[in-house]
Design a protein around this ligand. Structure first.
Ligand code: PMP
Length: 467
C-alpha cells in the first residue's frame, strides 16, 4: 500500500467511526446501522459517485430524487461562490430582498401553470407543505370561514417529516411508533391500480377513488374541509400512477366544494417527468398551490417553495379586519445563495433542453424497465420517465408479497451495489429516480445490472426458503 492509500484508509475509518457514533441519520434502522455503519462517499460527477475506496457507482436514485442536472456542475459552484462574495445572507422579513430571491420567484411564476404567480420560500419539501397548510388556514379565516380547516390526503401519499407534513403523509408504516394529528387530517385510500380488486376495470377503479374523495368531503362537511393534498405520482409510497382521468376528476370534486387543491410536486417538478411542472403538462390540472423542492436546486443547496394563486394572494395580502398579517416565515426564507443555485439550475435545464432529453431517454428507460416483468419476482414495473419502481412479489398471479423479513428490496439493492449501481430499497420494492442526464448506454447498464441483481436475489430467496 502506498502512503497515500494508507492515509485514505485511515481517513475513511475516522469518518466511519465519527459518523456511526455521533451522526443520527434520518430514516435509519439502527439495529443494522450500529453494526454496519455507513458507506462513505467522497466524490461525484455526472451520473455517478465514488466511494472512499475509489469504487464507482451509477447513481440510480439521483441523490434522493433530486440531483436532476447531475453532479459536478462548475457553473453552480461559481454562481454560489459569486453570491456568497456579493451577499451571503440578509433577512427577507418585511421590505428587504436580494436579486436571486426576486428573480427566482419571477421565474417560478413564469414556469408554473395558470395564475400561480406567488412564491413563499422555505428550506425543503416538508416545510413547503406546512407553509401551504398555514396559508390555507389563514386564507379561510380571512374569508370568514374559520371552520374550513381539515385536510384530506391519501394512503401511500408522502408529504414530509415535519409534524404537519407527516400527519398529511399516508404511508402507514411511517406512522408506527408516533402520534399523528387526527383532528385535521383525514386519509382516503391509495389510487394504486396494481392493487385494485381482481377484474375491476381501470375506469371503474378511478371512479371509485374519485367518489371516495367526494364522500369524505361530505362526511367531514364541506364547510370543514379546506384542502386536498396530492402528489401527481405518489413517490415514496411506491411510485403510484393514478388511473387516467383521476387528477382532473378529483380537481373537479374539490372545485365543487370550494376545497383547495395542493399538488405536491416535490419530486415530479423540474424535469423528472419531462416538464418543469407535471400538474398541468402531464396530468392536465391547474391546482391552487404547488409545493416543490429537491430538483429546484438539483439538491446542490436546500430550498423549497410554495407557489400559489393570485386568488389566494389577494385574500392573504389584503389589510385584514382583525389587523392580522401572515405571520409565517423562516430565517432562511429566500436565502440568496440557495436561490442563486436554483436560478442557475433552471438556466442549465433550459439551455440543455433537459425536459426534451427526459421525454426521449426517460421514455426509453421506462420501456426497457418493463422488460424486467419477465423475471419471476417482478410483479409490477410502474412509473413514468425517470420516476420508476419495481414491485417484487412472491406470486405474480395473486400479487402476494414475499415475507417482509426476507427484505427483498434490500437484497436487490445490495446485489446492485456490488455491481456498481445504487437503487433504493423501499420495503419489498425498489425505486429508480436517476439524474436526468442519463444516456441510452447508461439506461442499458442499469437494466442489465438490475436483471442480474434480481436473478441473484431470487436465488438467495430460494436458498433461504422464501420462495
Ligand atoms: N413531498 C414529497 C412528495 C416528497 O417526496 C418529499 C421528500 N422525499 C417531501 C415532500 C419532503 O421534502 P423534504 O424531505 O425536502 O422536507
Amino acid at each position: 500500500m502506498t502512503s497515500q492509500n494508507v492515509s485514505a484508509q485511515l481517513e475513511k475509518q475516522e469518518i466511519w467511526h465519527k459518523d456511526r457514533d455521533h451522526f443520527m441519520h434520518p430514516w435509519t434502522d439502527f439495529s443494522t446501522f450500529k453494526e454496519s455503519g455507513s458507506m462513505v462517499f467522497r466524490q461525484a460527477d455526472g451520473v455517478s459517485l465514488q466511494d472512499a475506496d475509489g469504487k464507482r457507482y451509477l447513481d440510480g436514485i439521483g441523490g434522493l430524487w433530486c440531483v436532476n442536472i447531475g453532479y459536478g456542475r462548475d457553473e453552480i459552484a461559481e454562481a454560489v461562490a459569486a453570491q456568497i462574495r456579493d451577499i451571503p445572507y440578509f433577512s427577507t422579513f418585511g421590505h428587504h430582498t436580494t436579486a436571486p430571491a426576486a428573480r427566482l420567484a419571477a421565474k417560478l411564476a413564469d414556469l408554473a401553470p395558470g395564475d400561480l404567480n406567488h412564491v413563499f420560500y422555505g428550506c425543503g419539501g416538508s416545510v413547503a407543505n406546512d407553509t401551504a397548510v398555514r396559508m390555507i388556514h389563514f386564507y379561510f379565516n380571512q374569508l370568514g370561514k374559520p371552520s374550513k380547516k381539515q385536510i384530506i390526503s391519501r394512503k401511500d401519499g408522502y408529504h414530509g417529516s415535519t409534524y404537519m407534513a407527516m400527519s398529511i403523509t399516508g404511508v402507514e408504516v411511517d406512522h408506527i411508533g408516533f402520534d399523528i394529528e387526527r383532528q385535521l387530517v383525514h386519509h382516503i385510500s391509495s389510487p394504486n391500480p396494481y392493487r385494485r380488486p381482481e377484474g375491476q376495470s381501470l375506469e371503474a377503479f378511478c371512479d371509485e377513488k374519485v367518489q371516495e374523495l367526494e364522500d369524505k368531503i361530505l362526511e367531514r362537511g364541506p364547510d370543514n374541509v379546506a384542502a386536498f393534498f396530492a402528489e401527481p405520482i405518489l413517490g415514496a409510497g411506491g411510485v403510484i400512477v393514478p388511473p387516467e382521468g383521476y387528477h382532473r376528476k378529483t380537481l373537479a370534486v374539490c372545485r365543487k366544494y370550494d376545497v383547495l387543491y395542493v399538488s405536491d410536486e416535490v419530486v415530479t417538478a423540474f424535469g423528472r417527468l419531462g416538464h418543469m411542472f407535471a400538474s398541468e403538462d402531464e396530468f392536465g390540472i391547474v391546482p391552487d398551490i404547488i409545493t416543490c423542492a429537491k430538483g429546484l436546486t438539483s439538491g446542490y443547496l436546500p430550498l423549497g417553495a410554495t407557489i400559489f394563486s393570485d386568488r389566494i394572494y389577494e385574500v392573504i395580502s389584503e389589510p385584514q379586519a382583525d389587523g392580522a398579517i401572515f405571520t409565517h416565515g423562516f430565517t432562511y426564507s429566500g436565502h440568496p445563495v440557495s436561490c442563486a443555485a436554483g436560478l442557475k439550475n433552471i438556466e442549465i435545464m433550459e439551455r440543455e433542453n433537459l425536459c426534451d432529453h427526459v421525454k426521449d431517454v426517460g421514455a426509453y428507460f421506462e420501456e426497457r424497465l418493463h422488460e424486467l416483468e419477465d423475471l419471476q419476482i417482478v410483479g409490477d414495473v410502474r412509473g413514468r420517465k425517470f420516476m420508476m419502481c419495481l414491485e417484487n412479489v412472491a406470486d405474480k398471479a395473486t400479487r402476494e408479497l414475499i415475507a417482509p423479513d426476507a427484505k427483498v428490496g434490500n437484497r436487490i439493492a445490495d446485489e446492485c451495489q456490488k455491481r456498481g449501481l445504487i437503487v433504493r430499497p423501499l420495503a419489498h420494492m425498489n425505486i429508480l429516480s436517476p439524474t436526468l442526464i442519463l444516456s441510452r448506454e447508461h439506461v442499458d447498464f442499469v437494466v442489465a445490472t438490475l436483471r442480474e441483481s434480481i436473478e441473484a436475489a431470487t436465488e438467495s430467496l430460494k436458498a433461504d426458503g422464501y420462495l
